[in-house]
Design a protein around this ligand. Structure first.
Ligand code: F0G
Length: 457
């Protein structure tokens, strides 16, 4: 057997620069200890997100040049529609400028005050759009997802009993849909099995509830199905994708992930009625229904990106790199969510920094330490991200306090992965000395982690 190697070669490079620890300490202070406030030039390796940060292929750059910028009915829209229909089977397409815009448009039609929207750990903007409408997102993820050492192959799965409990305890009119997030970002980039999707569909059919997908990383989810689900190993990624979407009434998409582009999103649906209603919201919030906030050229590049992201060789390279980093950290004894997820490695900071109290944001503290150590920018998936309870205004303490190392697609090499692992190992070796966290000096009402300001506790 030959060793594995990337199925691409590099045609253009972008310089990145190291800095000193003194510089980084000053920059953090100036940034009010919020990593979102750093300039990218102050970051050596940027693992803040895998969203919109990947490298496009030569085919995608070529497609950009063919973009049709007509206001209505552009050729690029048609290309995108064909690509989406080929992969998902959904007939109706509404482009939007990114994933949360797709949520805004779709939820404007479907979500009303007092509704409940069950699902598997909704993403923060998704929850934000639900709570903004005075509705509730109910997390029905399986319990195994919250034990980082449980090796369940599909930790994004929905617990059917929890879901049925919601269906039984609320009138049908109060549940606009069940939302399956693939892969489930908040639980660690963990996949949902085909079997679970099918069972959610059947259960939801019995109660007359529609099913939608939050599909940001659907291709990575399909890869895990091929690798881990019995009977799926000989199917192509595209065949698996078709089956996934056959269990839904529609989807929202952040194209910045598995669309392999830097900006964009869409809604795809089967229902003409919802499409018509959503079209009105697209027009007022996003743009005319054949571009919805996207340039023609960006739709053209996305059409190609969707095709590339659903090829096995690409996914194997992408996900092996994430796993490579995860395995290094495991080798060093660092507590991470296992199995390693599709787009990121999630570090369990409660175990990593046992001396920092929960009220002082241990995941944020660890993210700041990793930056100070090695110039690596990560993101907190913990109490800051979880926001306050909308009614009590108390901190909501999530089951896990995680630091996410999100790996951009086709961007860094495995040397970078080695560097990241070594930097985190250095912090791990002095973990006992880290006992002080941070306190909030200012925060907004909603989605606070983006703009919160902190100081040393
Ligand atoms: N759904 C999921 C599962 C996501 O991870 C994201 C974005 C969105 C929806 C919203 O899409 O950013 O295009 O508006 N996640 C990014 C992240 C920001 O870093 O995980 P968007």
């Amino acid at each position: 057997k030959l060793p594995y190697a990337e199925p691409f070669r590099i045609k253009m490079v972008e310089e990145i620069r190291q800095s000193t620890r003194e510089e980084r300490e000053q920059w953090l202070k100036d940034a009010n200890y919020n990593l979102f406030n750093l300039k990218s030039s102050q970051v050596f390796i940027d693992l803040l997100t895998d969203s919109g940060t990947g490298a496009m292929s030569d085919r995608q750059w070529g497609a950009l040049m063919t973009g049709d910028e007509s206001y209505a009915g552009s050729r690029s829209f048609e290309q995108l529609q064909n690509a989406v229909e080929k992969i998902t089977g959904f007939k109706y397409l509404l482009p939007t400028h990114q994933g949360r815009a797709a949520e805004n448009v779709l939820f404007s039609v479907l979500v009303k005050e007092g509704n409940v929207v069950p699902g598997n750990s909704h993403f923060d903007t998704t929850k934000g759009h639900i709570e903004f409408r005075k509705a509730h997102a109910v997390d029905c993820t399986i319990d195994e997802a919250f034990d980082i050492n449980d090796l369940h192959p599909f930790k994004g799965n929905i617990n059917l009993e929890k879901l049925e409990e919601i269906y039984k305890s609320h009138p049908k009119e109060n549940i606009p849909f069940c939302l399956i997030t693939i892969t489930c970002n908040s639980s660690g980039g963990q996949p949902v099995s085909l079997e679970n999707m099918k069972a959610v569909r059947e259960l939801s059919n019995r109660y007359g509830i529609p099913v939608f997908f939050d599909s940001a990383r659907f291709a990575e989810n399909a890869y895990f199905i091929k690798k881990r689900e019995k009977g799926q190993e000989n199917r192509s990624i595209k065949e698996i994708c078709k089956e996934i979407f056959s269990y839904g009434d529609g989807m929202t998409m952040s194209s910045k992930k598995d669309g392999l582009v830097n900006i964009g999103g869409f809604i795809a649906l089967n229902s003409e009625e919802i499409f018509r209603k959503a079209s009105n919201f697209t027009i007022i919030y996003e743009g005319f229904i054949t571009y919805g906030g996207m340039a023609g050229r960006d739709m053209a590049a996305l059409a190609v990106g969707l095709d590339e992201a659903t090829e096995f060789a690409y996914l194997e390279s992408r996900i092996s790199q994430v796993e490579y980093l995860g395995n290094k950290l495991i080798e060093y004894g660092i507590p991470v969510q296992k199995p390693i997820g599709g787009h990121a490695v999630f570090i369990d900071s409660l175990n990593f920094l046992p001396n920092v109290s929960r009220a002082e944001y241990p995941a944020q503290t660890l993210g700041l330490e990793i930056y100070k150590e090695a110039g690596i920018r990560t993101v907190e998936i913990g109490t800051l991200l979880a926001d306050r309870d909308p009614e009590t205004r108390q901190n909501r303490y999530p089951k896990l306090e995680l630091v996410r190392l999100a790996i951009p697609r086709r961007t860094y090499t495995n040397n970078h992965m080695d560097y990241i692992a070594a930097g985190i190992k250095n912090v791990y070796e002095r973990r006992e000395e880290i006992s002080k966290g941070y306190k909030i000096t200012w925060e907004p009402d909603l989605l606070r982690h983006f703009t919160v300001q902190l100081e040393e506790a």
